[in-house]
Design a protein around this ligand. Structure first.
Ligand code: GYE
Length: 311
Protein backbone atom coordinates (compact mmCIF):
# COMPACT_ATOMS: atom_id res chain seq x y z
CA UNK A 1 0.00 0.00 0.00
CA UNK A 2 2.70 2.42 1.04
CA UNK A 3 4.67 1.59 -2.09
CA UNK A 4 1.73 2.55 -4.29
CA UNK A 5 1.49 5.99 -2.70
CA UNK A 6 5.15 6.64 -3.33
CA UNK A 7 4.75 5.59 -6.98
CA UNK A 8 1.84 7.99 -7.53
CA UNK A 9 3.78 10.86 -5.98
CA UNK A 10 6.83 10.26 -8.14
CA UNK A 11 4.88 10.09 -11.39
CA UNK A 12 2.60 13.08 -10.72
CA UNK A 13 5.23 15.37 -9.25
CA UNK A 14 7.04 16.35 -12.46
CA UNK A 15 3.68 17.23 -14.04
CA UNK A 16 2.81 19.45 -11.13
CA UNK A 17 6.13 21.16 -11.57
CA UNK A 18 5.32 21.84 -15.22
CA UNK A 19 7.97 19.48 -16.56
CA UNK A 20 5.43 17.49 -18.60
CA UNK A 21 6.80 17.82 -22.15
CA UNK A 22 10.51 17.26 -22.70
CA UNK A 23 12.41 20.38 -23.74
CA UNK A 24 12.81 20.81 -27.49
CA UNK A 25 16.24 21.04 -29.04
CA UNK A 26 16.70 23.45 -31.93
CA UNK A 27 19.85 23.74 -34.03
CA UNK A 28 20.90 27.26 -35.06
CA UNK A 29 23.40 27.61 -37.88
CA UNK A 30 24.72 31.16 -37.76
CA UNK A 31 26.96 32.70 -40.46
CA UNK A 32 29.62 33.94 -38.03
CA UNK A 33 30.38 37.16 -36.22
CA UNK A 34 31.33 39.49 -39.07
CA UNK A 35 29.98 42.59 -37.27
CA UNK A 36 28.01 43.69 -34.23
CA UNK A 37 24.70 43.51 -36.11
CA UNK A 38 25.13 39.74 -36.28
CA UNK A 39 26.21 39.49 -32.65
CA UNK A 40 23.03 41.35 -31.68
CA UNK A 41 20.97 38.91 -33.74
CA UNK A 42 22.65 35.86 -32.18
CA UNK A 43 22.08 37.21 -28.68
CA UNK A 44 18.45 37.99 -29.44
CA UNK A 45 17.79 34.42 -30.67
CA UNK A 46 19.70 32.89 -27.75
CA UNK A 47 17.73 34.93 -25.20
CA UNK A 48 14.34 34.17 -26.79
CA UNK A 49 15.10 30.43 -26.91
CA UNK A 50 16.20 30.40 -23.26
CA UNK A 51 13.04 32.25 -22.27
CA UNK A 52 10.91 29.54 -23.89
CA UNK A 53 12.92 26.67 -22.38
CA UNK A 54 14.30 25.63 -25.78
CA UNK A 55 17.76 24.05 -25.88
CA UNK A 56 19.69 25.83 -28.60
CA UNK A 57 22.47 23.89 -30.35
CA UNK A 58 24.52 26.79 -31.72
CA UNK A 59 26.95 26.47 -34.61
CA UNK A 60 29.19 29.29 -35.88
CA UNK A 61 30.06 28.75 -39.58
CA UNK A 62 32.91 31.29 -39.58
CA UNK A 63 31.66 32.79 -42.82
CA UNK A 64 31.64 29.54 -44.82
CA UNK A 65 28.61 27.96 -46.47
CA UNK A 66 30.24 24.52 -46.34
CA UNK A 67 30.37 24.80 -42.54
CA UNK A 68 26.69 25.66 -42.46
CA UNK A 69 25.89 22.59 -44.56
CA UNK A 70 28.00 20.43 -42.22
CA UNK A 71 26.23 21.89 -39.18
CA UNK A 72 22.81 21.14 -40.68
CA UNK A 73 23.85 17.54 -41.37
CA UNK A 74 25.03 17.19 -37.80
CA UNK A 75 21.72 18.62 -36.53
CA UNK A 76 19.94 15.92 -38.55
CA UNK A 77 22.20 13.24 -37.03
CA UNK A 78 21.45 14.61 -33.54
CA UNK A 79 17.72 14.37 -34.34
CA UNK A 80 16.99 17.96 -33.31
CA UNK A 81 13.33 19.03 -33.22
CA UNK A 82 13.83 22.11 -35.40
CA UNK A 83 16.49 24.09 -37.29
CA UNK A 84 17.11 27.83 -37.62
CA UNK A 85 19.33 28.83 -40.53
CA UNK A 86 20.82 32.26 -41.29
CA UNK A 87 22.04 31.44 -44.84
CA UNK A 88 25.23 33.21 -45.89
CA UNK A 89 24.34 33.15 -49.61
CA UNK A 90 21.19 32.58 -51.65
CA UNK A 91 22.09 29.48 -53.63
CA UNK A 92 23.40 25.97 -53.03
CA UNK A 93 20.97 24.85 -50.31
CA UNK A 94 18.63 22.50 -52.14
CA UNK A 95 20.38 19.13 -51.50
CA UNK A 96 20.86 19.63 -47.76
CA UNK A 97 17.38 21.07 -47.30
CA UNK A 98 15.96 17.97 -48.99
CA UNK A 99 17.77 15.91 -46.34
CA UNK A 100 16.20 18.08 -43.64
CA UNK A 101 12.75 17.59 -45.12
CA UNK A 102 13.30 13.81 -45.39
CA UNK A 103 14.13 13.80 -41.67
CA UNK A 104 10.85 15.72 -41.08
CA UNK A 105 12.60 18.54 -39.24
CA UNK A 106 10.98 21.97 -39.67
CA UNK A 107 13.41 24.70 -40.74
CA UNK A 108 13.06 28.45 -40.33
CA UNK A 109 15.23 30.89 -42.29
CA UNK A 110 16.33 34.02 -40.53
CA UNK A 111 17.49 37.41 -41.87
CA UNK A 112 18.53 36.27 -45.38
CA UNK A 113 16.51 34.53 -48.06
CA UNK A 114 17.50 31.68 -50.38
CA UNK A 115 16.70 30.62 -53.94
CA UNK A 116 15.16 27.16 -54.17
CA UNK A 117 12.86 25.68 -56.80
CA UNK A 118 10.64 24.17 -54.09
CA UNK A 119 9.47 26.57 -51.38
CA UNK A 120 8.25 23.69 -49.21
CA UNK A 121 11.92 23.12 -48.30
CA UNK A 122 11.56 25.68 -45.50
CA UNK A 123 8.75 26.73 -43.19
CA UNK A 124 9.18 30.50 -43.37
CA UNK A 125 11.67 33.35 -43.79
CA UNK A 126 11.86 36.07 -41.16
CA UNK A 127 13.63 39.04 -42.71
CA UNK A 128 13.52 42.63 -43.85
CA UNK A 129 12.76 43.79 -47.37
CA UNK A 130 16.24 44.51 -48.77
CA UNK A 131 15.02 45.89 -52.10
CA UNK A 132 13.02 48.43 -50.10
CA UNK A 133 16.09 49.30 -48.00
CA UNK A 134 18.25 49.87 -51.10
CA UNK A 135 15.60 51.98 -52.78
CA UNK A 136 15.09 54.11 -49.67
CA UNK A 137 18.84 54.74 -49.54
CA UNK A 138 18.81 55.84 -53.19
CA UNK A 139 15.75 58.06 -52.74
CA UNK A 140 17.35 59.82 -49.81
CA UNK A 141 20.62 60.29 -51.74
CA UNK A 142 18.91 61.54 -54.91
CA UNK A 143 17.14 64.21 -52.91
CA UNK A 144 20.29 65.25 -51.10
CA UNK A 145 22.38 65.35 -54.30
CA UNK A 146 19.68 67.13 -56.33
CA UNK A 147 19.70 64.23 -58.74
CA UNK A 148 23.31 64.46 -59.82
CA UNK A 149 26.77 63.34 -58.79
CA UNK A 150 29.14 60.41 -58.45
CA UNK A 151 28.65 57.49 -56.09
CA UNK A 152 30.91 54.71 -54.88
CA UNK A 153 29.31 51.54 -53.54
CA UNK A 154 30.48 49.10 -50.88
CA UNK A 155 28.61 45.87 -51.47
CA UNK A 156 27.84 43.12 -48.99
CA UNK A 157 29.03 39.50 -49.20
CA UNK A 158 28.84 38.37 -52.85
CA UNK A 159 25.80 36.17 -53.42
CA UNK A 160 24.09 37.16 -50.14
CA UNK A 161 20.43 38.15 -50.41
CA UNK A 162 20.90 41.57 -48.74
CA UNK A 163 23.81 42.41 -51.07
CA UNK A 164 21.91 41.41 -54.21
CA UNK A 165 18.63 43.04 -53.23
CA UNK A 166 19.99 46.25 -51.74
CA UNK A 167 21.93 46.83 -54.96
CA UNK A 168 18.85 46.06 -57.01
CA UNK A 169 16.63 48.45 -55.04
CA UNK A 170 19.25 51.20 -55.19
CA UNK A 171 19.82 50.85 -58.94
CA UNK A 172 16.09 50.77 -59.71
CA UNK A 173 15.70 54.26 -58.22
CA UNK A 174 18.91 55.50 -59.82
CA UNK A 175 17.47 54.77 -63.28
CA UNK A 176 15.26 57.81 -62.77
CA UNK A 177 18.31 60.03 -62.30
CA UNK A 178 20.56 59.84 -65.39
CA UNK A 179 23.00 62.35 -63.90
CA UNK A 180 23.72 60.14 -60.88
CA UNK A 181 26.26 57.40 -61.52
CA UNK A 182 27.98 54.61 -59.57
CA UNK A 183 31.61 55.07 -60.56
CA UNK A 184 33.09 52.28 -58.41
CA UNK A 185 31.48 49.26 -56.78
CA UNK A 186 33.13 46.46 -54.87
CA UNK A 187 32.46 44.14 -51.96
CA UNK A 188 33.53 45.05 -48.44
CA UNK A 189 32.13 41.73 -47.17
CA UNK A 190 29.82 43.40 -44.69
CA UNK A 191 32.70 44.08 -42.29
CA UNK A 192 34.49 47.18 -41.10
CA UNK A 193 38.07 46.21 -41.96
CA UNK A 194 37.26 45.36 -45.58
CA UNK A 195 35.03 48.43 -45.83
CA UNK A 196 37.96 50.61 -44.84
CA UNK A 197 40.40 48.92 -47.20
CA UNK A 198 38.14 49.09 -50.23
CA UNK A 199 37.28 52.73 -49.53
CA UNK A 200 41.04 53.46 -49.42
CA UNK A 201 41.34 51.95 -52.89
CA UNK A 202 38.33 53.97 -54.14
CA UNK A 203 39.91 57.16 -52.78
CA UNK A 204 43.25 56.36 -54.38
CA UNK A 205 41.61 55.88 -57.75
CA UNK A 206 39.04 58.68 -57.65
CA UNK A 207 40.07 61.08 -54.88
CA UNK A 208 37.90 64.18 -54.67
CA UNK A 209 35.90 62.96 -57.62
CA UNK A 210 33.66 61.00 -55.22
CA UNK A 211 30.50 62.83 -54.12
CA UNK A 212 28.77 60.06 -52.18
CA UNK A 213 29.11 56.60 -50.71
CA UNK A 214 26.41 53.95 -50.55
CA UNK A 215 27.46 51.19 -48.11
CA UNK A 216 25.32 48.05 -47.89
CA UNK A 217 25.74 48.14 -44.11
CA UNK A 218 26.79 50.43 -41.27
CA UNK A 219 29.90 48.41 -40.39
CA UNK A 220 31.46 49.06 -43.81
CA UNK A 221 30.40 52.73 -43.68
CA UNK A 222 32.17 53.08 -40.32
CA UNK A 223 35.34 51.60 -41.83
CA UNK A 224 35.03 53.90 -44.83
CA UNK A 225 34.63 56.94 -42.56
CA UNK A 226 38.05 56.16 -41.11
CA UNK A 227 39.56 55.84 -44.60
CA UNK A 228 38.07 59.19 -45.67
CA UNK A 229 39.43 60.92 -42.56
CA UNK A 230 42.87 59.39 -43.09
CA UNK A 231 42.80 60.71 -46.65
CA UNK A 232 42.33 64.21 -45.23
CA UNK A 233 38.68 64.61 -46.16
CA UNK A 234 35.53 65.15 -44.14
CA UNK A 235 33.13 62.20 -44.14
CA UNK A 236 29.52 63.39 -44.19
CA UNK A 237 30.55 66.72 -45.75
CA UNK A 238 33.06 66.15 -48.56
CA UNK A 239 31.52 62.77 -49.21
CA UNK A 240 27.85 62.11 -48.36
CA UNK A 241 27.32 58.70 -46.78
CA UNK A 242 24.22 56.53 -46.61
CA UNK A 243 24.26 53.02 -45.19
CA UNK A 244 21.93 50.33 -43.89
CA UNK A 245 21.25 48.62 -40.51
CA UNK A 246 20.55 51.48 -38.08
CA UNK A 247 23.07 50.46 -35.45
CA UNK A 248 23.68 52.59 -32.40
CA UNK A 249 27.22 53.26 -33.64
CA UNK A 250 25.78 54.65 -36.86
CA UNK A 251 23.64 57.06 -34.82
CA UNK A 252 26.75 58.15 -32.94
CA UNK A 253 28.51 58.77 -36.26
CA UNK A 254 25.52 60.81 -37.45
CA UNK A 255 25.57 62.90 -34.29
CA UNK A 256 29.29 63.49 -34.92
CA UNK A 257 28.32 64.65 -38.44
CA UNK A 258 30.28 61.87 -40.19
CA UNK A 259 27.38 59.81 -41.53
CA UNK A 260 24.35 61.31 -43.25
CA UNK A 261 21.66 58.64 -43.19
CA UNK A 262 21.04 55.05 -42.12
CA UNK A 263 18.20 52.81 -43.26
CA UNK A 264 17.10 50.46 -40.52
CA UNK A 265 17.40 46.66 -40.69
CA UNK A 266 16.45 45.17 -37.35
CA UNK A 267 18.51 42.20 -36.07
CA UNK A 268 16.42 41.69 -32.93
CA UNK A 269 14.46 38.84 -34.45
CA UNK A 270 14.64 36.37 -31.54
CA UNK A 271 10.99 36.49 -30.46
CA UNK A 272 9.70 36.19 -34.03
CA UNK A 273 12.09 33.35 -34.86
CA UNK A 274 11.38 31.31 -31.74
CA UNK A 275 7.66 31.85 -32.15
CA UNK A 276 7.87 30.65 -35.76
CA UNK A 277 9.96 27.56 -35.03
CA UNK A 278 7.60 26.59 -32.18
CA UNK A 279 4.61 26.88 -34.50
CA UNK A 280 6.39 24.95 -37.24
CA UNK A 281 7.37 22.21 -34.76
CA UNK A 282 3.70 22.01 -33.75
CA UNK A 283 2.87 21.29 -37.39
CA UNK A 284 1.38 24.68 -38.26
CA UNK A 285 1.72 26.06 -41.78
CA UNK A 286 3.28 29.54 -41.82
CA UNK A 287 3.31 32.27 -44.43
CA UNK A 288 6.51 32.09 -46.50
CA UNK A 289 7.80 35.52 -45.51
CA UNK A 290 7.32 37.17 -42.14
CA UNK A 291 8.47 40.66 -43.02
CA UNK A 292 10.27 43.07 -40.72
CA UNK A 293 9.36 46.70 -41.32
CA UNK A 294 12.17 49.22 -41.22
CA UNK A 295 12.45 52.99 -41.00
CA UNK A 296 14.77 55.58 -42.54
CA UNK A 297 16.89 57.73 -40.23
CA UNK A 298 18.56 60.81 -41.71
CA UNK A 299 21.14 62.48 -39.51
CA UNK A 300 18.65 65.17 -38.39
CA UNK A 301 16.73 62.47 -36.48
CA UNK A 302 19.79 61.00 -34.73
CA UNK A 303 19.75 63.00 -31.49
CA UNK A 304 16.12 62.26 -30.69
CA UNK A 305 16.25 58.63 -31.87
CA UNK A 306 19.53 57.40 -30.38
CA UNK A 307 17.97 56.73 -26.98
CA UNK A 308 15.60 54.21 -28.50
CA UNK A 309 18.28 52.22 -30.37
CA UNK A 310 18.78 48.78 -28.88
CA UNK A 311 21.58 47.43 -31.07
O1 GYE B 1 22.68 44.09 -42.89
C1 GYE B 1 24.60 43.00 -42.14
C2 GYE B 1 24.92 41.61 -41.85
O2 GYE B 1 21.85 39.60 -43.39
C3 GYE B 1 20.45 41.47 -43.06
O3 GYE B 1 24.09 40.90 -42.72
C4 GYE B 1 21.73 40.82 -42.75
C5 GYE B 1 22.96 41.66 -43.04
C6 GYE B 1 23.12 42.95 -42.25
O4 GYE B 1 26.23 41.25 -41.91
O5 GYE B 1 25.09 43.97 -41.28
Amino acid sequence: MRRKVIFVCVSVFPLLLGAGAPAKTVGFSQIGFENSWRTAETESIRAAAAERGIKLAFSDAQGKQENQIKAIRSFIAQKVDGIILAPIVETGWEPVLREVRKAKIPLVLVDRGIKVSDPSLYATLIASDFVFEGSEAAKWLAKKMNGKGTIVELQGIPGAAPAIDRKKGFEEILKKYPKMAIIKSQTGNFNRTDGKQVMEAFLKAEGRNINALFAHNDAMALGAIQAIEEAGMKPGIDILIVSIDGMKEAFEAMIAGKLNCTVECNPLLGQLVVNAIERAMAGEKLSKWIKQNDGVFPKETAVSAIGTRKY
